[in-house]
Write a protein that binds this ligand. Structure first.
Ligand SMILES: CC(C)(COP(=O)(O)OP(=O)(O)OC[C@H]1O[C@@H](n2cnc3c(N)ncnc32)[C@H](O)[C@@H]1OP(=O)(O)O)[C@@H](O)C(=O)NCCC(=O)NCCS
Length: 178
């Protein structure tokens, strides 16, 4: 468990699968800026078999309510591996600072536990809330990836953001890793 002030990040467990399937399969839950996809129960169960470095973390409030998830994954590149994050929160839990805290915890966790120099994230240019989250955590916008995603029936550009280890400097929330 990675503990913050208002939210904790807890790695996905079997008991979370029905809720995760419900979230993934309900396009209303995560809005216009995440891919529309449908996943069978079996496909969702397979996520549990993936290595920990590909399992989502559930974002929980301090009372144990599950309000969203945050993932980290490696993007393969011929010259190495790039670490990227993605996140989503249930509509009625947005705008309360929870995602910014979750991203801060994740950034602490990744720089403390992995020998990486940068963490990146991509957002739809219209997704102002996501860009604000990244900027609040110290990510910098690097530029625009043109026609990067096919989503909701159209090609979309993406803004790419990153934070470097030297910009992060030190843990903001976590003082140790599990
Ligand atoms: C993006 C998302 C995770 C942000 O979560 P959140 O908990 O609302 O984020 P926070 O409360 O930590 O911060 C959001 C900031 O954006 C602002 N914001 C929210 N909606 C906004 C909008 N439509 N336009 C402008 N600013 C907006 C908030 O006011 C806040 O800024 P502030 O702290 O300066 O007041 C959430 O909106 C979400 O789950 N969206 C759907 C899924 C998604 O888009 N995921 C990201 C894919 S890249």
């Amino acid at each position: 468990m990675l503990e913050g002030k208002n939210v904790n990040l807890r790695i996905l467990e079997k008991e979370d699968l029905p809720l995760l399937a419900e979230w993934f399969n309900n396009p209303e839950d995560f809005g216009d800026y995440v891919p529309l996809r449908q996943m069978s129960k079996t496909e969702v169960e397979k996520i549990l078999e993936s290595p920990n470095e590909r399992k989502p973390f559930i974002i929980e409030k301090k009372d144990g309510n599950k309000i969203g998830f945050i993932t980290h994954f490696y993007v393969l590149h011929v010259a190495g591996r790039q670490l990227e994050i993605g996140y989503s929160l249930l509509p009625n839990e947005r705008g309360k600072g929870y995602c910014s805290e979750a991203v801060k915890i994740m950034v602490d966790y990744l720089f403390l536990s992995k020998d990486i120099g940068r963490i990146q994230a991509q957002t739809d240019p219209r997704n102002v809330a996501s860009q604000k989250v990244l900027e609040k955590v110290g990510f910098k916008k690097e530029g625009t990836l043109r026609r990067n995603f096919f989503m909701r029936g159209e090609w979309r550009d993406a803004y790419i953001y990153s934070i470097l280890r030297e910009e992060w400097k030190e843990p903001k929330i976590l003082t140790r890793t599990a």
